[in-house]
Design a protein around this ligand. Structure first.
Ligand code: G6P
Ligand code: ZN
Length: 568
């Protein structure tokens, strides 16, 4: 690596104007690229993040990288200039500005930095007319909790100026180490290989030898054929290194592995709608297994032969039940399991049967962090295609794929048979999510208010709701709130829940990751333990409850939509 020292520079203070609405959502500040391109807009938010670091800022180290979408490089350049002027000691930057979200978390933890700035709008489309985002992760490697993001937001509301070194320009395409004297203080930029640290960690966690054997086949077993789709997002270089160089998978089985600024026009969200290419290829092809990842690499979708779909809630439960096959957990032990509130309750049953600690938290990976830091949680997941463990503090798409392959290698069974056997032991939680994207915000708010008013009435408890002969009795209904068992912090209004006597649930939530309009999410979860139902289509099994939910919410009337935009 080359090391360069440049001539001393001095910072400037630039007057700015306040931008309203710089409030981080579920996962950072996410807006249209055009919004970030406004004069001072991005600078303001970066300055606010740095000020929120407070006393720890001077001389600290931060990690910087993103999913390679349009505007990432500009944002990295701005962060370098503003961080230098604010007294940061060192920035660790991914080459070309590329770092997956799990890689940022890995690097923060490995090098014990003060935190990191992740440049991504995750699974939202990219390009000049699409979305961009900036997210701050703390020194545990996880997304900043509410108290930190609220602080950042408060700072943006009164920000008068930001500090910058206008004339540093660094070539981030080259792995190098640059030292600069800024206002008499040393400032270092380390441009690192985007992939190395993450790959090393994966090799420590999983049994690569047995996964390799599975994928290569042996004299008595044909090769287990996989197809991986990176959806032109950030995982491409990681997938190439891990699956091609380390595990010997043929390059033709690794598709869309070049990160593109606009994701090649794809909507890089690995679900049955947006990853249809993968679904179709697996349906028609000779593959035993398929996986896709989102733009920044933290989400995953897992498919078996003929595109047998593993719901994220089931994926979590199956991994929970088989965690002992993975070397990392053999070493650390299994501390506990968790899921987000709307995630189907399949993992609850694994926890109960094995007498493990179990936690339900609001939507958002940040809520798992405290539990992991306290040593109470090993594995967690969300219905929104997130699965991960305490190896880092983000969910991790490639990790989930490797975890599945490690489990498959250990059990020697197909994906479908693993699921069927799992349901035989635990029963099956049928789950579906209906998304109504880009609704009018005012109408969506009205609908949520009206549902809340309805379910709050005392007479709603015990109510019998019917559709085509199937009846559900309301046991409990509320607007979900959560008290963090570690620090006592409270999150309120996290989604409207209707819980039924038989364990089924209907949940309504507004998405917190969109950049405009409102996305209504309706989640349906219903438990069956009759083996005759296990292989049925979830949409058929859930039809009565779906219709009850649609009628009760008057969703069609409020949104003027006959059908959801996405079903998962
Ligand atoms: C991001 C977060 C997840 C969360 C998801 C929910 O991916 O990292 O933890 O589950 O957003 O998104 P939503 O659009 O439902 O708020
Ligand atoms: Zn993501």
């Amino acid at each position: 690596m080359s090391a360069t020292t440049t001539t001393p520079v001095t910072s400037l203070t630039v007057n700015t104007r306040v931008y309203e609405g710089q409030k981080p959502g579920t996962s950072g500040l996410r807006k249209a690229v055009k919004v970030f391109q406004q004069e001072h807009y991005t600078e303001n938010f970066i300055q606010a993040i740095l000020q929120a670091v407070g006393d720890h800022l001077t001389g600290c180290t931060l990690v910087v990288g993103g999913d390679g979408r349009f505007y990432c490089k500009e944002a990295v350049a701005k962060i370098i200039r503003i961080a230098a002027a604010n007294g940061v000691g060192k920035l660790i930057v991914g080459q070309n500005g590329i770092l997956s979200t799990p890689a940022v978390s890995t690097i923060i933890r490995k090098y014990k930095t003060q935190g990191g700035i992740v440049l991504t709008a995750s699974h939202n489309p990219g390009g000049p007319d699409a979305d961009f985002g900036i997210k701050f992760n703390c020194d545990n490697g996880g997304p900043a909790p509410d108290n930190v993001t609220n602080n950042i937001y408060e700072i943006t509301k009164t920000l008068q100026c930001y500090k910058i070194i206008p004339d540093i320009s660094i070539d981030i395409d080259k792995i190098q180490n640059i030292s600069i004297e800024v206002d008499g203080r040393p400032f270092t930029i380390d441009i690192i290989d985007s992939v190395n640290d993450y790959v090393e960690l994966m090799k420590e966690i999983f049994d690569f030898a047995s996964i390799r054997k599975l994928l290569q086949g042996s004299t008595d077993k044909p090769a287990f054929k996989i197809l991986i789709n990176s959806m032109n997002g950030v995982t491409g270089p990681y997938v190439k290194r891990i699956f091609s160089s380390e595990l010997g998978v043929d390059d033709t089985s690794l598709v869309n592995i070049k990160p593109l600024e606009d994701f090649g026009g794809l909507h890089p969200d690995p679900n049955l709608t947006y990853a249809k290419d993968l679904v179709n290829a697996i349906k028609e092809g000779p593959y035993d297994f398929g996986a896709a990842f989102d733009g920044d690499g933290d989400r995953n979708m897992i498919l078996g032969k003929k595109a047998f779909f593993v719901t994220p809630s089931d994926s979590l439960a199956v991994l929970a039940a088989n965690l002992k096959l993975i070397p990392y957990f053999q070493k650390t032990g299994i501390k506990g399991y968790a899921r987000s509130m709307p995630t189907a309750a399949a993992v609850d049953r694994v926890a109960a049967k094995n007498e493990m600690k179990f936690f339900e938290v609001p939507t958002g990976w940040k809520y798992f962090g405290n539990l992991m830091d306290a040593g109470d949680l090993s594995l967690c997941g969300e219905e929104s295609f997130g699965t991960g463990s305490d190896h880092i503090r983000e969910k991790d798409g490639i990790w989930a794929c490797l975890a599945w392959l490690n489990v498959i290698a250990g059990l020697g069974k197909s994906v479908e048979n693993i699921l069927l056997d799992h349901w035989k032991v635990y029963g099956r939680n049928f789950f579906t999510r209906y998304d109504y994207e880009n609704c009018d915000s005012a109408c969506a708010d009205k609908m949520m208010q009206s549902i809340e008013a309805l379910i709050e009435k005392p007479e709603f408890i015990g109510k019998k709701l019917q559709y085509e002969g199937k009846e559900y009795v309301v046991k409990q209904a509320d607007n979900y709130s959560y008290t963090d068992p570690v620090d006592g912090s409270k999150a309120t209004k996290q989604g409207l829940r209707i819980l039924f006597v038989d364990g089924s649930r209907v949940i309504f939530r507004l998405s917190g990751t969109g950049s405009s309009g409102a996305t209504i999410r309706m989640y349906i979860d219903s438990y069956e333990n009759d083996p005759a139902t296990f292989e049925k289509d979830a949409q058929l099994v859930l039809k009565p409850l779906i219709n009850i939910a649609l009628e009760l919410s008057e969703l069609r009337q409020y949104t003027h939509r006959d059908a959801p935009t996405v079903i998962t």
